[in-house]
Ligand binder design. Structure first.
Ligand code: MIC
Ligand code: SF4
Length: 640
């Protein structure tokens, strides 16, 4: 039987275990990336590991999230990260050079390689045929130290694309369709592999839009083959030497099969407040819009923005709309300027932002009260935009631009101008904002501003845990709920005591103080708890507040790994109905944990307030159990 592309890359990188679905394996990581919002922690952890230099083929530290610099904090983080890169042998992508995933695709990604990034949208690299996975900062720190990255051998979903996209229908609509089919937890434990005649007409940036937003499926990653299209892109980026053909065997068998006919696809949107709440643009047409935001790592490539410019050319943004555009990288920005498209955007009334994440992570451009905001981004979680009562719709650049002109949701297929845009034969190459590693960085002093606080560490897990249920939340709680971001909170990422004050503030503003007053306790959650970002602060800050265990119906992959890495016990209800019988304020107890966890025995939660007992599962590998018992990965590593 032939092999899938995923199997081929995994096999080539396998260090520990066997490729058997559901079993834990450890793989070699060729490349890593970090961004500033998760990077400070990742590098504090790398420092704690104590190596003089990174051991990967290539590691890049990007600055793209915290670029508002409303106080000293962001700039201090940047200085810290730059000195770390110089000392430990990393490339440093300076603020202004662009969004990590866009820049990595352009300048560093390589077919067949593994990439681990401390950002959930690292799978963007799958557009180039890489196995690119998002993880917590600590896992990335371990990978930089040359350690294996552990994951569960995934199932592989094969998505066959047939036909060809019609004008004004975009690759964003393909991934929105996949989200409609699979939902936000449909990808958990799976890699999504694309194949079929339909992929031939999709450029690398279009493929990357799809793999990028595969993060919203909860998938381990998504991947396209590396073919003539990939070659063309790499040649245009002056990186032909990194090309390697890579496809699945024709007779491979996928665990699940999906087929999408691109001829039939129509423009779609993800309606509030979930990326899988899919509606057709046709059904939303005419809805009044207040803000349009174009950019983010999903849709800010050169061709995306040229199409937008062609739609806006010679016209004016509707008087009731604020249109903001963030080009994905300096390369994109500069090319738009050189080719005249930037003038078309500016002339239409678009507000041009710097090449960074910006409004996608709530760093400015919060919409007005009750606003409808159309965004080409990947997440529309409740409150993420900075305005709780705003309604965020995720759409393609074509839909966004068409609607910016009319002031209402507009189906771009009603437009008549020709926006067909070819990928450039040659991109503009100027890496002057990427500082390469020094041959020897041992003399470099690390710059630590006052916002960079030491890393908190956990103590080993107690055999008996008793405490209060501090909060009970529903299904699909995101890490944006647990540890919100935005202009006020994001600058505190290097300061756990400070940022911990904001845990769960979007759902319960008293959570943090309550947790401290009660000396910690338990969190109860529904399905897919911790979906969304890779931010390990969603585990670290609750740990700092004394949370010992999180009990849910199911977990999202990265968050569960982060809980383990910081010594918090992730447990699930054996009988989901028990979720109904436990409430905030109940006093609960877990006992005999060490033996039960090590021997894979049932774990019983005693609800002392209700006089009930519930059976729980701990679905962790023997290695992960030892990590939790040690109080987290750093303690575990020191003890081994
Ligand atoms: C996001 O899109 O939510 C982020 C901000 O990029 C996060 C990382 C972070 O919280 O720093 C992610 O996707 O992992
Ligand atoms: Fe940045 Fe948004 Fe992409 Fe996250 S999803 S990396 S915040 S652009």
């Amino acid at each position: 039987m032939g092999k899938t592309l995923t199997e081929k890359i995994l096999e080539e990188h396998l260090l520990v275990g066997e490729l058997k679905k559901g079993q834990e394996i450890g793989i070699r990581i060729d490349q890593t990336l970090t961004q500033d919002a998760t990077g400070t922690m990742a590098y504090l952890q790398f420092e704690a590991i104590g190596l003089p230099r990174v051991k990967t083929d290539l590691s890049v530290s990007y600055i793209d999230h915290n670029t508002l610099q409303t106080g000293f904090e962001n700039a201090d983080d940047h200085a810290f990260l730059q000195s770390i890169a110089a000392k430990y042998g990393l490339y440093f992508s300076r603020p202004g050079n662009g969004i990590c995933h866009q820049v990595h695709l352009e300048r560093f990604g390589q077919p067949g390689k593994t990439l681990l990034g401390s950002d959930s949208h690292t799978p963007t690299g799958g557009g180039l045929g890489m196995l690119a996975i998002g993880a917590g900062g600590l896992d990335v720190a371990v990978a930089m130290a040359g350690g294996p990255f552990y994951l569960t051998t995934p199932e592989v979903v094969g998505i066959k694309l047939t036909g060809q996209l019609k004008a004004y229908v975009s690759s964003k609509d393909i991934i929105l369709k996949v989200l409609e089919i699979l939902g936000v937890k449909g990808g958990v434990g799976r890699v999504i592999e694309y194949y079929g005649q339909g992929i031939k007409s999709l450029t690398v940036p279009e493929r990357a839009t799809i793999t990028n937003m595969g993060a919203e499926l909860g998938a381990t990653t998504s991947v396209f083959p590396s073919d003539e299209v990939t070659k063309k892109f790499l040649v245009a980026q002056n990186r032909a030497d990194t090309y390697k053909e890579l496809t699945a065997d024709e007779d491979c068998v996928y665990d699940h099969n999906i087929e999408i006919n691109l001829d039939e696809l129509q423009p779609l949107a993800a309606a509030p407040h979930s990326p899988d709440n899919i509606k057709s643009i046709a059904s939303l047409e005419g809805m009044k819009v207040n803000q349009v935001a174009i950019g983010s790592c999903t849709n800010s490539s050169y061709t995306d923005l040229v199409k937008v410019a062609k739609i806006l050319k010679g016209k004016s943004v509707h008087p009731t709309i604020s249109l903001v555009i963030s080009p994905g990288s300096k390369q994109v920005f500069e090319m738009l300027a050189k080719d005249g498209y930037l003038a078309d955007l500016i002339s239409s009334g678009a507000r041009i932002l710097e090449s960074a994440c910006g409004p996608c992570i709530g760093m400015g451009q919060a919409p007005s009260s009750n606003a409808v905001s159309l965004r080409t981004f990947n997440r529309n979680f409740f409150g993420r935009s900075g305005t709780k009562d705003a309604s965020i719709y995720l759409v393609s650049p074509e839909t966004a631009a068409a609607s910016a002109l009319t002031g209402v949701i507009t189906n771009p297929t009603s437009l008549s101008q020709d926006i067909s845009t070819l990928m450039p034969e040659h991109f503009l190459i100027d890496d002057n904002m990427i500082i390469p590693p020094l041959p020897d960085g041992s003399h470099i002093e690390i710059i630590r501003g006052p916002n960079i606080k030491p890393l908190p560490v956990n103590s080993p897990l107690d055999n008996i845990l008793v405490g209060e249920v501090l909060i009970k939340v529903e299904d699909n709680i995101t890490t944006d709920h647990i540890m919100p971001a935005g202009a006020k909170i994001l600058p505190l990422r290097s300061n756990i005591p400070e940022i911990a004050k904001y845990v769960f503030t979007t759902v319960d503003k008293d959570f943090s103080q309550r947790a401290l007053d009660k000396n910690g306790g338990f969190i109860i959650g529904g399905h897919n708890y911790g979906q969304g970002s890779s931010r390990e602060h969603a585990a670290l800050a609750p740990m700092y507040l004394g949370v010992k265990a999180v009990i849910t119906k199911s977990f999202a992959r990265i968050h569960k790994a982060n809980l383990v890495n910081f010594g918090l016990l992730p447990l699930t209800f054996k009988n989901e109905a028990d979720y109904e019988n436990i409430d905030q304020g109940d006093i609960v107890e877990l006992s005999n944990l060490v033996i039960s966890l090590r021997n894979n025995q049932d774990i019983t939660l005693i609800n002392k307030s209700k006089n009930k007992v519930y059976e729980l599962n701990c679905d962790l590998s023997a290695r992960a159990i030892e990590i939790v018992l040690a109080g987290g990965l750093l303690n575990y590593t020191k003890g081994n």
